[in-house]
Design a protein around this ligand. Structure first.
Ligand SMILES: *[C@@H]1O[C@H](CO)[C@@H](O)[C@H](O)[C@H]1NC(C)=O
Ligand SMILES: *[C@@H]1O[C@H](CO)[C@@H](O)[C@H](O)[C@H]1NC(C)=O
Ligand SMILES: *[C@@H]1O[C@H](CO)[C@@H](O)[C@H](O)[C@H]1NC(C)=O
Ligand SMILES: *[C@@H]1O[C@H](CO)[C@@H](O)[C@H](O)[C@H]1NC(C)=O
Ligand SMILES: *[C@@H]1O[C@H](CO)[C@@H](O)[C@H](O)[C@H]1NC(C)=O
Ligand SMILES: *[C@@H]1O[C@H](CO)[C@@H](O)[C@H](O)[C@H]1NC(C)=O
Ligand SMILES: *[C@@H]1O[C@H](CO)[C@@H](O)[C@H](O)[C@H]1NC(C)=O
Ligand SMILES: *[C@@H]1O[C@H](CO)[C@@H](O)[C@H](O)[C@H]1NC(C)=O
Ligand SMILES: *[C@@H]1O[C@H](CO)[C@@H](O)[C@H](O)[C@H]1NC(C)=O
Ligand SMILES: *[C@@H]1O[C@H](CO)[C@@H](O)[C@H](O)[C@H]1NC(C)=O
Length: 371
């Protein structure tokens, strides 16, 4: 009798362990990236923690060289400082360089994390980096022989998901969006100016209802068209809608804004340059600087002194005329299909738990029957 009870207890324990294991069910994020293997580009990823933190901490954790790059990615005022407090569960977009390899995009050997005493790969993935990746991805990326034996002080490459691919024939910035409980694929698509259909196919999701809170979704953000030439060191300069960034050793600030017909708008940044003792000339002619408009022939067509790229020595400019009014053919919300989609909640998760509870109950009944 005691043996049977022991077996029951064991069965229940095993079943409960199974439930707990199945509960961490968000899929591992792998973004398709089929651009050539030498291609690198800028990507964005959400980061949030349970505890309040600062922008400086996030900058250090992700090895972002310049704080203004984080400010621009989040469209925060450019005078925001590193002590800016980020609230618990407030998502901050972190910019990082992406590289395509074998059809998958990964952060280009950043961030590098130094292992602290007491760290496990599991807690580095889930807690330190807020669940942006799964610990086996750290194991693979770093060729770790024994995941249970890591050495304090060693440096780990944290491979974040990203992509450099165009979407629908247009330039985009790929943004790893952390799915919030209660949101839907359709809602996320509407928020970020894309369609449900594009999100589903980009992420290989067949059923929108399978979306889970905490999952990292590849969201393509429309990038502004720029006048940067292909021999410039920052080509292609991709700046996502509703963000700004710095380029040319931080001498130039460029913003992307839907209200300007998605034309990139650049101007002198007034920041201290990072690789020059002072910023080189940034003018089209005397008194006409990057960003200055020289004439507007009508309400829409404007001639502006455009930023067209930089070399290790200088910054190039050109007077160009653009139509700042034309609105691209609308068609942004056509992708709704298939009934009311349920929000990403613990729905799926609850389903799993209930299914497994049923299994437990059946097992218990079976053993009671044996008695
Ligand atoms: C959050 O703060 C609490 C209390 O200060 C601490 O115990 C916990 O380890 C912190 N969590 C993280 C993820 O830093
Ligand atoms: C940042 O600049 C804005 C004006 O653009 C000003 O109102 C604000 O006080 C400034 N904030 C800081 C922290 O300097
Ligand atoms: C990429 O794929 C090639 C062949 O398909 C393989 O030889 C190589 O090891 C792969 N590289 C990585 C980093 O997985
Ligand atoms: C852990 O790895 C180190 C070398 O990196 C090795 O010397 C040590 O024996 C290993 N410990 C265990 C318990 O495997
Ligand atoms: C661009 O960003 C604005 C402001 O966030 C947003 O209202 C608009 O839907 C976005 N458009 C596209 C096409 O991404
Ligand atoms: C760069 O652009 C020029 C035209 O501006 C074009 O002729 C050339 O083929 C392009 N080069 C590459 C490598 O795409
Ligand atoms: C910095 O400038 C020098 C020449 O002034 C150049 O050789 C070097 O590549 C530049 N470094 C970066 C990171 O742009
Ligand atoms: C040209 O641009 C500079 C810097 O952005 C600005 O301070 C200046 O007012 C502009 N001049 C004209 C005539 O618009
Ligand atoms: C802007 O200029 C283009 C030619 O460069 C012209 O076809 C178009 O009609 C102009 N737009 C307006 C609103 O006048
Ligand atoms: C910029 O520097 C390049 C060499 O790197 C030179 O060929 C070119 O003429 C320079 N352009 C200007 C406008 O000074």
């Amino acid at each position: 009798m005691g043996g049977v009870k022991g077996l029951m207890l064991l069965t229940v324990t095993v079943a409960i362990t199974l439930i707990i294991t199945l509960s961490e069910a968000q899929p591992e994020a792998n973004f398709k990236c089929s651009a050539t293997s030498t291609a690198t580009c800028r990507s964005l990823i959400d980061f949030k923690t349970q505890n309040a933190t600062t922008l400086r901490h996030i900058q250090t954790l992700f090895n972002v060289k310049h704080l203004p790059d984080i400010l621009g990615a989040n469209n925060l005022p450019s005078n925001t400082t590193g002590t800016y407090t980020v609230g618990p569960n407030q998502a901050i977009k972190v910019p990082f360089p992406c590289r395509c390899q074998n059809g998958t995009g990964l952060s280009n050997h950043v961030p590098v994390y130094k292992i602290k005493r007491g760290d496990t790969l599991f807690n580095i993935a889930t807690t330190v980096f807020g669940g942006l990746l799964k610990y086996p991805q750290i194991v693979t990326a770093n060729n770790i022989a024994d995941p249970n034996n890591i050495t304090t002080g060693d440096n780990l490459w944290i491979p974040l998901p990203c992509s450099c691919d165009e979407v629908g024939g247009t330039s985009v910035v790929h943004y790893g969006h952390l799915v919030e409980a209660g949101t839907t694929v359709e809602g996320i698509a509407a928020t970020y100016g894309t369609t449900q259909q594009i999100l589903l196919s980009l992420n290989g999701i067949s059923d929108p209802k399978s979306l889970q809170a905490g999952q990292v979704l590849d969201v393509p953000l429309k990038a502004c068209s720029s006048s940067v030439k292909n021999d410039s060191l920052d080509y292609p300069l991709l700046v996502a809608n509703a963000t700004y960034t710095y380029t040319a050793n931080e001498c130039v600030k460029c913003k992307c804004d839907s209200s300007n017909n998605f034309l990139l708008q650049c101007e002198p940044s007034l920041l201290k340059p990072t690789n020059w003792s002072s910023c080189p000339s940034m003018q089209c002619s005397p008194n006409i600087l990057i960003g200055n408009t020289t004439s507007s022939t009508d309400s829409c067509n404007r001639t502006t002194c455009d930023y067209t790229g930089y070399t290790s020595h200088n910054i190039s400019t050109s007077l160009l005329t653009h139509d700042t009014c034309a609105v691209p053919p609308s068609g942004s919300s056509g992708g709704s299909s298939g009934g009311p989609s349920s929000g990403a909640s613990r729905n799926t998760l609850q389903g799993l738990v209930w299914n497994n509870l049923l299994i437990v109950i059946h097992l218990v009944l079976f053993f009671v029957y044996l008695l």
